[in-house]
Design a protein around this ligand. Sequence first.
Ligand code: NAP
Length: 328
Amino acid sequence: MKAIVWTKYGSADGLQLREVAKPSPKDNEVLIKVYATTVTTADCELRSFKGSSVFWLPMRLYIGFLKPTRMTILGQELAGDIEATGKDVTHYKKGDAVFAWTGLRLGGNAEYACLSETATMAIKPANMTYAEAAAIPLGGLEAWQYLNGTVQAGQQVLIIGAGGSIGTFAVQLAKHFGAEVTAVDHTEKLDMLRSIGADQVIDYTKEDFTKNGQTYDVIFDAPGKSSLSRCERSLKPNGQYLSANPGTSQQLRTIWNVITRRRKATTQYTNRRTENLAALKQLIEAGKVKSVIDRQYPLEQTAEAHRYVETGMKRGNVVITIVHESHT
Ligand SMILES: NC(=O)c1ccc[n+]([C@@H]2O[C@H](COP(=O)([O-])OP(=O)(O)OC[C@H]3O[C@@H](n4cnc5c(N)ncnc54)[C@H](OP(=O)(O)O)[C@@H]3O)[C@@H](O)[C@H]2O)c1
């Protein structure tokens, strides 16, 4: 099968289209023919090994110390058809159309992938293409985890980095939960944010939201560009600050602030449950949430897709199309 092999840590030049062995499912696994997968900011950070220093050593030990050796195909999101099932699989059958988060197993940027039937996977929403469904799991589950049960109807919610993968789902979910949503991102993304339901938009290149006197019940920072101390004056008295991507020092500082000022926890470690993916599927099929797709690339141009994602210009999601849907 064709796959994009991750040959070295660093630039996207290390991503190479190669012929590799097609995987075979273990007894509890399904073999998925991948129709679409994605390139996310998290993939680019992993590829170049940018990220929290706390995880540097464990991740190098897990993936390969000097170069990727154990995990050699990137891609955490996919949508496709089940082509074969292991003998113990009971939840899925050959021909099922699914979408999934592969987790740290990665492997989505290939023509085929195997996943345990208990992986974070669900039947693809009936009203979505494979490309649209592939863009749901990472950002959708992250936004769901932070906002479901937190945002209440009538609240005022500010979303930082609203134009990205997590942010576009956060805007739509907060609206669905009945909040008034203010979306913060770069100039070029503001029209798209209005189109997915943002009530107000703020261009972070022109305005500092912490200085405009507005206050919010919930501030959700998807890319981790702010801090609780900076956002303090923008929070209502019992307001909650949430960061999906806090740095190490910010994690420690926010824990201290929570202890001393009795604010609720500001960050969570992702628990991407299958039932949350199923809940998102229901909202999608009810027309409440959609995926925002900026560009689509063929598999052989995955390195180019990484370079585009790294420009920061991406609106929503970038998809790698492996099987064109007109051919399905
Ligand atoms: N996707 C996930 O499920 C997931 C899970 C856990 C952690 N993370 C991490 O969370 C981060 C965000 O993920 P993502 O996939 O949503 O990234 P993304 O798609 O790149 O979106 C981030 C957005 O934040 C905007 N931004 C940058 N600086 C900003 C600022 N100062 N104020 C407001 N907006 C700003 C970016 O716009 P410009 O680039 O145009 O400035 C971009 O639109 C990544 O570091 C990722 O590794 C992601």
